[in-house]
Structures are given as C-alpha cells and as structure tokens.
Design a protein around this ligand. Structure first.
Ligand SMILES: *Cc1c(COP(=O)(O)O)cnc(C)c1O
Length: 476
C-alpha cells in the first residue's frame, strides 16, 4: 500500500522552490508572474498525478521532475506558437502551411520598411497625402494591360468589394457551373449575399449557353460574373460561355463583366511543362471590365486580393466604405510591389519568386537536391532505411487541381517505431517537419524543402531518441 500523504508532503513548498537557483534564474530571465503561474500549474498537475497513480516509484519520479517541468512550462509560455515548419508534402501552395512563401531578399526589404516609417500613404514628390495602392498600381497596369488597380486583404474580400461596389441592390448573373466553394466554407453564393447583390443562376452544372445569360439579363442586372473554376474541373459533356462572348451583351446593357480568376497567373506556365492556365492578361485582353485574383496563389506574393480593370469601376471601389475595412497593410503593400517588380522580367520572376521557382525546378535539379539530403541522412546513421523515391508534387491552394509535377522524395522507413509514430514525432520537433505518408513510408518531397533546412532536418532526426525520453516521462 503506498503512502500518498507522504508523497504529497514530499512535494517542495512554493517558497522553497522560489529559493531554488534554477527558479531564480527563470524569474530573472522571464518574469516572476509567469514562473509563479507555471509553479502552480505544475504542482496541481503533480497532485493530480499522485492522486491517480498507484505506482510509488512513478510518483516519486514525477516529483523529481517537478523543476524540469516548471522550466519547460515557463519556456513554452514564452515561445511563440507560430513557427516555421519544413514542408515535406510537396504541395507548393499549402493553404494550411501558409500558402506562398516570401523570398528572403524581398523579406529583407519589407523588414527595412516595416521596422521604421515609410511613405505608405505619403506622396514624397508632392509632400502630401498619397495612396497606398500607388506603389504597385502602375506596375499592375503595365503587366496586365488594365487601366487601374488596387488590392485588399484577400481575394474573397476582393469579390465582396467588387459586388458591393458595382452590384449592391441589383442582380448579378452567374453560371451554375461556376458556383464554387473555395475551401474554409467560402462559397461564391454566400459572399454575394453578404455584398448585397442578388445572385441569378443560369444554365446547368455542366452546360451554360449564351442564351441563358441573354434571357436572364433584366433591368435589375448590374453585372455578369465569371468565376474561374480553379479548384475543380467538370469534364465530358460541357459548355460554358467565354468572356469575349459576354462582352457585347454587357456593352449593349451598359453593365460590366467581372471575372474572379482565383489564382491569377501572369506568365505562361505551359513553357515549363505545366497545363496552360488562362493568364490575367488574357482576361483583360478579352475585354473583362474588372478582374480579381489572389496575391498568394500562383502569383507567389503576400496574401492579398488584387483587383484590376476599368478606372471608373476601380474608382468606385476605392471610394466604397468597405475598402477601409478590407485595406491591405504596409507589409502587404511593400511585398506586392517587390513581387510584381520581378515580373518585369519573366526570367527574374521564375528565379526570385519561391512559388514559381519550386514549380519550374526541373526533375534533375530536384533529384540532385534529394540525393544530397539522402546522403546527409544516411551519414547520420539513423535507425531507419533511407532512400530516394519518385513522387509527384502538387500545386495546391485550389490551383490547377489535376496537375502533377514529377518530383523526388527522401523516403524514411523507421526500424524501431511505426511510420505513424515517426510522422507524429516529426510534427513535434522544434522545427516541425510535415512529411507525406504513403505506402507505409515517410516521404519528404524535396521540391518544397529549401536547402537551408537540410542540416536542421538531419540534426533533429538524429535527436529524436532523446526527445522520446522527455516526451514519455513528461506525458506530453
Ligand atoms: C482561392 C479563390 C478565392 C479566394 O481567394 P483568397 O485569396 O483565398 O481569399 C476566390 N475565388 C476563387 C475562384 C478562388 O480560386
């Protein structure tokens, strides 16, 4: 029979703990408040543990670990929860992992701007108030052929702003084949409702004809909307009406044609072996009056919703009160200008924009990189079988859903633990590694892993055994 009272009594008192050198150091390094909070939390946990435990040795071991647990808890309280992770999934625009990474050189410029004051809304030439879109509006117009441009927080916001500005209280005609849900429960019909415009659905899921639009247009129609079905494909017996066909109808009624492009590509990706995705320039050239797209999908920039088109419509949006609520901040404005500038030369864009670089990197290059990581892991002599395995990367982010890019992964088959266990432990590393698991193997697709992470991956995997002990004892 174990003597629980004795165990409870052997827990150090708070004032004794506070005299302890380690605890003193914690207070100096962090703060007295968080150390006290951690002491109380860990003591509560310990009492509960003893209460439920019938193994005296285990209870004693847990008491021994009290100080270590307090240290870990305080450190955890002061460690940001949001951190970098290694994306080994091969999905380039991974929505859950932050979509498009920003280039290092760009980030350095953004840091310089954001850590001090900037001319975000100050016209240096005239010495008076300026416009935050001015930094990238001309660039966007040059690159796309549009008359005017602006940007809001994301493309969902852009759709809402456009409809609220141009179609509030009226009707907007859209094909039933284009009523998309984009993920995170974001649905085009719901956004329209929020904007105060009424949706008029025409056609069927697979076929919409010109007549369908023509018959649906009434006195109340304020716009025709096309939504690029970027995240799915309807194949087989299908028909849709192109922007160019809708323009005459819209002109005749004096209403705009709006296109939500979703991804927003500025270069012809077919040159790099990727399926041709209609570019933003294509939409403008075909006569679309307003076009919107994401900043952090195939464009490879910051999270933003870019709106371009005829000046009179963009001006209406700039004046809309909603814009104040949806406006981009200085980080985004700075990043957008930098990323768009790269597009002045396609070669530079493909080199300096991480998303484009990852998409266009040749299989030879990726294989060479994979061999390097593979060699480093083999040298680490982990208790696992390590080798190369052919795989396929995806674009992700609801862009080009059918596209598969041949790629190379480093495959890890652990010898002492299961694949599921390894995957879980990799997620709990200081720099978490998110791999793909297939055919009972942990795969790290090297296309989405930067070289600078190789050493981090190797040294962390080497230390997995150490982590195992800590995590088991602490029960965390
Ligand atoms: C992704 C997408 C959106 C939403 O863009 P966010 O930038 O994620 O808000 C809207 N419309 C379409 C067609 C999309 O593909």
């Amino acid at each position: 029979m174990m003597n629980k009272n004795m165990l409870y009594r052997s827990i150090p008192k708070v004032d004794v703990l506070l005299e302890n050198e380690t605890v003193q150091e914690l207070i100096d390094h962090y703060s007295r408040d968080t150390v006290m909070e951690a002491i109380h939390a860990e003591m509560d946990k310990l009492r509960k543990f003893i209460g439920e435990c019938d193994d005296e040795e285990a209870a004693k071991a847990q008491i021994e670990l009290l100080l270590a647990h307090i240290e870990m808890t305080v450190a955890a309280m002061h460690t940001p929860n949001m951190r970098m992770v290694v994306n080994g999934t091969g999905t380039i625009l991974h929505t859950n992992l932050g979509r498009a990474p920003i280039g290092h050189e760009h980030m350095r410029r953004i840091t310089a701007i954001a850590t001090g004051y900037s001319n975000l809304e100050y016209n240096l030439k005239a010495g008076r108030r300026g416009e935050r879109y001015s930094h990238f509006e001309k660039l966007l117009c040059k690159l796309t052929g549009a008359e005017a441009a602006m940007a809001v927080n994301n493309n969902a916001a852009a759709v809402m702003l456009i409809l609220s500005s141009l179609a509030k209280g009226g009707e907007v005609v859209v094909s039933r084949g284009e009523l998309v849900e984009i993920g995170g429960k974001f649905r085009i019909p719901d956004v329209m409702e929020q904007s105060g415009a009424t949706l008029v659905e025409v056609g069927t899921t697979n076929k919409t004809h010109y007549d369908d639009y023509e018959n649906a247009v009434t006195e109340e129609t304020k716009a025709l909307l096309k939504v690029h079905t970027s995240n799915y494909r309807i194949v087989g017996f299908t028909e849709s009406v192109g922007i160019d066909e809708l323009i005459p109808l819209a002109k005749e009624r004096g209403i705009p044609v709006i296109e939500d492009l979703g991804s927003g590509v500025l270069i012809d990706l077919s040159k790099y072996g990727i399926t041709y995705e209609p570019t933003v320039q294509d939409s403008i050239a075909k006569g679309a009056d307003v076009v919107c797209f994401s900043g952090d999908k195939l464009l490879g920039g910051p999270q933003a919703g870019i709106v371009i088109g005829r000046k009179k419509y963009i001006d209406m949006m700039k004046k809309n009160q909603l814009t104040r609520a949806l406006r981009i901040d200085k980080f985004t404005a700075a990043a957008l200008e930098l990323v768009l500038q790269e597009y002045l030369s396609e070669e530079k864009a493909v080199q300096n924009i991480p998303v484009l670089k990852m998409i266009t990197r040749s299989l030879e290059d990726v294989t060479w990189k994979a061999e390097k990581l593979c060699r480093l892991l083999k040298e680490a002599e982990l208790p696992a079988k390590i080798g190369l395995e052919e795989c396929e990367s995806q674009i992700g982010g609801g862009s080009l859903p059918l596209e598969r890019i041949p790629s190379m992964a480093v495959a890890v088959r652990p010898e002492r633990i299961s694949v599921a266990e390894l995957e879980e432990r990799m997620r709990h590393l200081p720099v978490p590694i998110i791999p793909r698991v297939a055919n009972d193997t942990v795969l790290m697709d090297v296309r989405t892993i930067e070289r600078r992470f190789f050493q981090i991956i190797v040294s962390q995997l080497k230390e997995l055994d150490v982590l195992e002990e800590v995590s088991l004892i602490a029960g965390r």
